[in-house]
Structure formats: structure tokens, C-alpha cells
Design a protein around this ligand. Structure first.
Ligand code: HEC
Length: 106
């Protein structure tokens, strides 16, 4: 979305004086319409359930001990009967998806 030249990454141009329109404060970009929950609903809920409770795939509570990188690896490479999603989920959506998966493991 923001694609205007990235030669200098010194300081973000914060200049407007007010709360940023879409940053609740905590997570970088969670809760957006194309963020983790939507990606999960489209790609993962069929096997893991809409809330990660499990279905034909295991409940995602089983992933509670996994690091972000492990979850990313499983999504990209697949695991057992789970297919690989490499190339199917955009890199910038992957982080949001991993964050969402982690939220479902709790
Ligand atoms: C076709 C069904 C299917 C789909 C779609 C699917 N999974 Fe899975 N998933 C599985 C199965 C089956 C396993 C267990 C693999 C094993 O351990 O052999 C698994 C395992 C996992 C694990 C690891 C759990 C553990 O205990 O190690 C994670 C995390 C996971 N899936 C996340 C996802 C995410 C995120 C998506 C969407 C991008 C997704 N899965 C889509 C079937 C699926």
C-alpha cells in the first residue's frame, strides 16, 4: 500500500498532530480486514476450525509452545497432512496470520 521510495529509513514522517487513524496502540497491524483473522478464515479454518478449536486438523492449542518462526515454517512447508501454503499467503500477511495463530493457542 505504501510504496513510495524507501531509500531513507531514518525517521518516520510523523507530522499531523493527532492520533494516527488506524493504530489502536498495541499490535502493528492487527485487526485489519485483510489481517490475520481473515487470512486464517480463508486458508486454515477448514481444517483447524474457525477459532482454532480443531477439526480435521488438530486444535491449535497444540501449537502453544511453538515460536513464531516455527509456526511460519509449518505454514510455508506444511506438516504431515497439512499442505504447504508457500506462495499462497503473501509475506506481509504471514506475520499477521502467525500473530492470529498465536492468539488462538491461548
Ligand atoms: C488440509 C487441512 C489443513 C489446512 C488447510 C491447514 N492445516 Fe494446519 N495442520 C493440519 C494437520 C493435519 C496438522 C497436523 C500435522 C502433523 O502433525 O502431522 C496441522 C498442523 C498445524 C500446526 C502445528 C500444530 C502442532 O502441534 O505442531 C499449525 C501451527 C498449523 N497447522 C497451522 C495452520 C495454519 C496457520 C493454516 C492456514 C494457513 C493451516 N494450518 C491450514 C491440517 C491443515
Amino acid at each position: 500500500m505504501v510504496g513510495a521510495g524507501c531509500a531513507d529509513k531514518g525517521e518516520a514522517p510523523v507530522d499531523g498532530g493527532g492520533a494516527p487513524p488506524s493504530s489502536p496502540g498495541g499490535a502493528p497491524a492487527a485487526g485489519g480486514s485483510s489481517g490475520g483473522p481473515a487470512v486464517f478464515a480463508q486458508n486454515c479454518s477448514g481444517c483447524h476450525g474457525p477459532s482454532g478449536e480443531g477439526g480435521s486438523g488438530p486444535a491449535l492449542k497444540a501449537a502453544a509452545g511453538l515460536a513464531d518462526a516455527d509456526i511460519k515454517g509449518i505454514i510455508e512447508n506444511g506438516k504431515g497432512r497439512m499442505p504447504s501454503f508457500a506462495g499462497k499467503i503473501a509475506a506481509d500477511q504471514l506475520n499477521g496470520l502467525v500473530a492470529h495463530v498465536k492468539s488462538l493457542t491461548k
